[in-house]
Design a protein around this ligand. Structure first.
Ligand code: ATP
Ligand code: MG
Length: 395
């Protein structure tokens, strides 16, 4: 199932069709970039009206482990990629066996969808992670021992299936400890990790793009702010000492090479008070913290990912200016998504609105984002926030 040597792999050229496993907002923005380059786009998603359906020639309706739907998708595509790491790895193997390459590939998927495998991979690559222990849900003795060794507060994270801060709980008090298994919401006997909570100075992310021939090109780091585990704001490029940017690029390059992936790798990082970097988690894909590259980089993360999976040369990752992105999260009870205040928000001429076309608004669901440019990332952030404040979801 390995691909032939890189220099013998011909590029996939437009008007070939690219298949995307997952039709959410990342699939939609990948599809938009693919279309701009002249490619066809098909997606696999359980929902025929998924966000990416607006830019897809066809939506293959199926779950992320529906092998027959995936094979149907692949039969019309020259290459397959994914917009989320919670795709069944065996499904990816089946597609590869059918003769259609999947990039970044099954290995990157297997490692990054399992927090335990991911932590081990990062450590084995000689890159720092927070001190951690594997545990099994329901095993009180192991949890107590891990908390004792690592020292509270700690984070208990399910090994599989987490995103946007779901599938993890913070344990700071005895009460948290008593409720931990219930709050984690996993049945007994499942793999999980316990990890020391770090007092970081900042959260950063670095995105790197690795080509079929193994060349890695990084973007500058983003500085990210999370609220209850969900990304709310990013500044790009983060104002950081040159040495930190270089460390982050080196970490991204080493990990992307170690995974042998083709496409993008996002590395979420903690910047510690002394300036050292600790890896939080990996995503073998485009990432929410890279959205500002659409307006603020010579090449966006979406275009670059399409270039990589098609075997084309890298675009220039250089910043064109200073930018900030604010996520538009849903609020209130589930209801049809109607956004008020769009004209007022766009009266801010430096602000750019992206809406993902989700039919229903749901509390804390990622519905869209706003990116602004400015003289500094701080100015850009103030502009993006001020535009976002003028928006609200109608009752
Ligand atoms: P996503 O996949 O959307 O990034 P996730 O559910 O996989 O989210 P993590 O990235 O593990 O979750 O954690 C989400 C956020 O919680 C982090 O960005 C950070 O703000 C906080 N966090 C997680 N682990 C730690 C830790 N060990 N120390 C301090 N903060 C942490
Ligand atoms: Mg994360």
């Amino acid at each position: 199932m390995t691909e032939p040597a890189a220099d013998t792999v011909p590029p996939i050229l437009p008007p070939a069709t690219i298949g995307i496993l997952g039709g959410g907002q990342l699939g939609r923005m990948l599809g938009t970039a693919a279309r701009a380059l002249g490619y066809g786009v098909r997606v696999l998603d359980p929902d025929i009206d998924c966000p990416a359906s607006a830019v897809a020639d066809r939506v293959e309706v199926g779950a992320y482990d529906d092998v027959s739907a995936a094979v149907r998708l692949a039969s019309g595509c020259a290459v397959i990629t994914y917009e989320l790491e919670h795709v069944d790895a065996a499904l990816v193997d089946t597609i590869v066996t059918s003769g259609v390459p999947v990039r970044p590939g099954a290995r990157a998927l297997r490692v990054t969808q399992d927090r335990i495998a991911e932590r081990r991979f990062v450590q084995d690559a000689g890159v720092a992670v927070a001190p951690w222990r594997p545990v099994t849900t329901g095993d009180d003795d192991a949890l107590d021992a891990a908390i004792e060794e690592l020292g509270a507060p700690i984070r208990l994270k399910a090994a599989f299936g987490g995103y946007d801060g779901r599938s993890q709980v913070r344990i700071a008090t005895d009460r948290d400890r008593r409720l931990a298994w219930m709050d984690l919401g996993r049945p007994p006997g499942r793999p999980a990790i316990v990890e020391r909570e770090l007092r970081f100075a900042d959260e950063l992310s670095v995105i790197v793009a690795r080509s079929v021939s193994g060349t890695v090109v990084p973007w500058c780091c983003a500085r990210n702010v999370h609220d209850q585990g969900i990304l709310v704001e990013s500044e790009w490029p983060a104002a950081l000492p040159e040495a930190v940017q270089a460390d982050a690029a080196a970490i991204g390059t080493r990990l992307a090479t170690g995974l042998d992936l083709v496409g993008l790798l996002t590395v979420e990082l903690f910047l510690m008070p002394e300036g050292d970097l600790v890896v939080n988690e990996l995503a073998p894909r485009v990432h929410n913290s890279g959205h500002a590259t659409i307006e603020a980089a010579a090449t966006s993360q979406f275009e670059q990912h399409i270039r990589m999976v098609c075997g084309l040369p890298h675009g220039d990752p250089a910043p064109l200016g200073s930018a900030a992105m604010v996520n538009l999260l849903g609020t209130g009870v589930r209801r049809p998504a109607r956004l008020a205040g769009i004209e007022a928000a766009l009266a801010e001429p430096a602000a750019h609105l992206h809406l993902y076309g989700k039919r229903d608004v749901v509390e804390r669901r990622k519905m869209g984002h706003l990116t602004a440019l400015g003289p500094t990332t701080g100015d850009a952030l103030a502009t993006a926030r001020s535009a976002a404040e003028r928006l609200s979801w109608m009752p």
